[in-house]
Design a protein around this ligand. Structure first.
Ligand SMILES: *[C@@H]1O[C@H](CO)[C@@H](O)[C@H](O)[C@H]1NC(C)=O
Ligand SMILES: *[C@@H]1O[C@H](CO)[C@@H](O)[C@H](O)[C@H]1NC(C)=O
Ligand SMILES: *[C@@H]1O[C@H](CO)[C@@H](O)[C@H](O)[C@H]1NC(C)=O
Ligand SMILES: *[C@@H]1O[C@H](CO)[C@@H](O)[C@H](O)[C@H]1NC(C)=O
Ligand SMILES: *[C@@H]1O[C@H](CO)[C@@H](O)[C@H](O)[C@H]1NC(C)=O
Length: 442
């Protein structure tokens, strides 16, 4: 969660240019706000977000800036003092019921817009530019008036691009691809006063408490509710996390190496370091180091190899392999972990990295400067010819539509093909992982 170990920063990000495939970003005011140790700012005559009274709505905007709303006030980002809503959105009423940034890829005139709800009305904005005021009935047919909360749910996390609306004890799942509504009596989520999606997690706020839930099933995670003042804002005397651990692990911009990188078929991109992972493709909305086991149950500690194939995600750790079904969330397939010998036909531990290129069944396993290929469509496994690469040791490897990326220490090397990788005499120029993958200022 936020403020974990104080080693993290956020970027309110704007794609600018340059290094494919992850565009560099120009950091702005949200940058490093989590790195600062002192409490958030207050403004005389305005309420304090730490007062425990909770929020009417929480949403991110199209630049990834988070807004907390209560009455006629909003708090921008995680540290700024209260201001009037009408300073940013002059036409909004002075109290809103719900707000979200919509994810609707198939409808460019709606995608990434912000919607604000009050009574039976909904306001649509592109950033701060008004695009219309409607009846909820007309814009989201079947959704009741006087909502408690709402949050977007993109395909991959919900079955299709959807919006979850909350009122009383009922959740309404609005499928944007069909404009149909399904009612869900999700008991763990009654009386949400605000809801938010942050990175890939979903939260329902009840007063100043919040509960993490699964958007597809409505199931609530263990150990909730928690007090938002310890996580989503920095309040005096409140905090969380294990401050004895080495903060350079959680600081994505530190010069520590990463153990592995992976991109899956749904475009989810992850970096792994020790017992932690970062989600890279949601960088616009900020960064956080999450424990690996919070996404991949039963998996703890450093990863040696990771790859995605056939809607599954594979992790090699020592001489064992874990296989997860890669759906909206990851479930460990029964019978795993197994030995890599049984699963892949290779012997021993000591795997440094693995990669598999999209659309091909061939897995590459790197140990030292040796690469072994394995065709995953053949059982028993048929090991292909090995080859050498021009790196004596690599930490991680990944292949996507843009090429093969080899990660060594704080640098990465990009190859266009395995042929180029095997022609090991010409090592390409190194590039900075932290600049190009982790959006760190240099
Ligand atoms: C973030 O940066 C963009 C572009 O520099 C700017 O337009 C925007 O207002 C900034 N956001 C905030 C919250 O400062
Ligand atoms: C904005 O809202 C505040 C509180 O409701 C009000 O006092 C102020 O006059 C409003 N400002 C404008 C420009 O409408
Ligand atoms: C918040 O949760 C705690 C339990 O974790 C509970 O005791 C408290 O009443 C809750 N507060 C609100 C406002 O729901
Ligand atoms: C905190 O981190 C240290 C070092 O990683 C570990 O030894 C200790 O058990 C952790 N404490 C808690 C309470 O998690
Ligand atoms: C990281 O930086 C520290 C201090 O500048 C240095 O001592 C250390 O060797 C560096 N580590 C790596 C992996 O570059």
């Amino acid at each position: 969660m936020k403020f974990l170990l104080g080693g993290l920063c956020l970027f309110g990000a704007v794609a600018l240019s340059s290094c494919y495939p992850w565009l560099k970003h120009v950091p702005n005011i949200t940058e490093d706000e989590l790195n600062q140790d002192h409490s958030h700012h207050r403004r005389e005559g305005f309420p304090d977000r730490c007062d425990g009274l909770g929020f009417d709505a929480v949403t991110l905007d199209e630049q990834g800036v988070t807004y907390f709303f209560r009455d006629e006030f909003l708090w921008r980002g995680f540290r700024a003092p209260a201001e009037f809503i009408n300073k940013t959105w002059p036409a909004l009423p002075d109290h809103i019921d719900a707000a979200f940034r919509i994810h609707h890829k198939n409808s460019p005139e709606h995608h990434d817009r912000m919607f604000f709800f009050k009574g039976n009305q909904v306001w649509q904005y592109s950033g701060t530019k008004p695009e219309g005021q409607f009846l909820i009935q007309d814009k989201f047919h079947g959704i009741p008036d006087d909502l408690g909360a709402a949050v977007e749910c993109p395909e991959g996390e919900c079955q299709h691009d959807s919006v979850l609306f909350f009122k009383g004890a009922t959740t309404y799942v609005f499928d944007l691809s069909t404009n149909t509504v399904k009612e869900r009596p999700w008991t763990g989520l009654h009386l949400c006063s605000a809801a938010m999606r942050w990175i890939d997690r979903y939260y329902c706020f009840q007063g100043s408490n919040f509960t993490r839930f699964h958007p597809h099933t409505g199931l609530v995670f263990e150990n909730y509710p928690k007090d938002a003042r310890r996580y989503f804002m920095r309040c005096e005397g409140q905090g969380h996390g294990n401050r004895t651990a080495d903060p350079s692990i959680h600081n994505r911009c530190s010069n520590r190496s990463f153990d592995e990188f992976n991109e899956d078929g749904l475009g989810r991109v992850y970096a792994f370091r020790g017992n932690w992972y970062f989600r890279i493709d949601s960088k616009r909305d900020g960064w956080h180091a999450w424990p690996i086991h919070s996404a991949w149950p039963s998996l703890h500690g450093k990863i040696d190899g990771v790859f995605s194939w056939n809607k599954k995600m594979y992790f090699i750790q020592g001489s064992q392999i874990y296989i997860y079904k890669a759906e909206a969330h990851y479930t460990l397939i029964e019978g795993y972990p197994k030995s890599i010998t049984e699963e892949l036909g290779i012997h021993g531990a000591g795997v440094d990295a693995t990669f598999i290129c999209p659309g091909k069944p061939v897995l590459y396993v790197i140990r030292g400067n040796q690469v072994q290929s394995i065709n995953l469509e053949q059982t028993p496994r048929n090991l292909g010819d090995g080859f050498r690469i021009g790196h004596s040791h690599v930490d991680g490897a990944m292949c996507n539509a843009n090429g093969i990326f080899i990660f060594v220490g704080t640098d990465y090397y990009k190859y266009h093909s395995t042929t180029e990788l095997a022609g090991w005499k010409n090592t390409p120029e190194p590039h900075s992982i932290s600049a190009d993958f982790m959006s760190c200022a240099q």
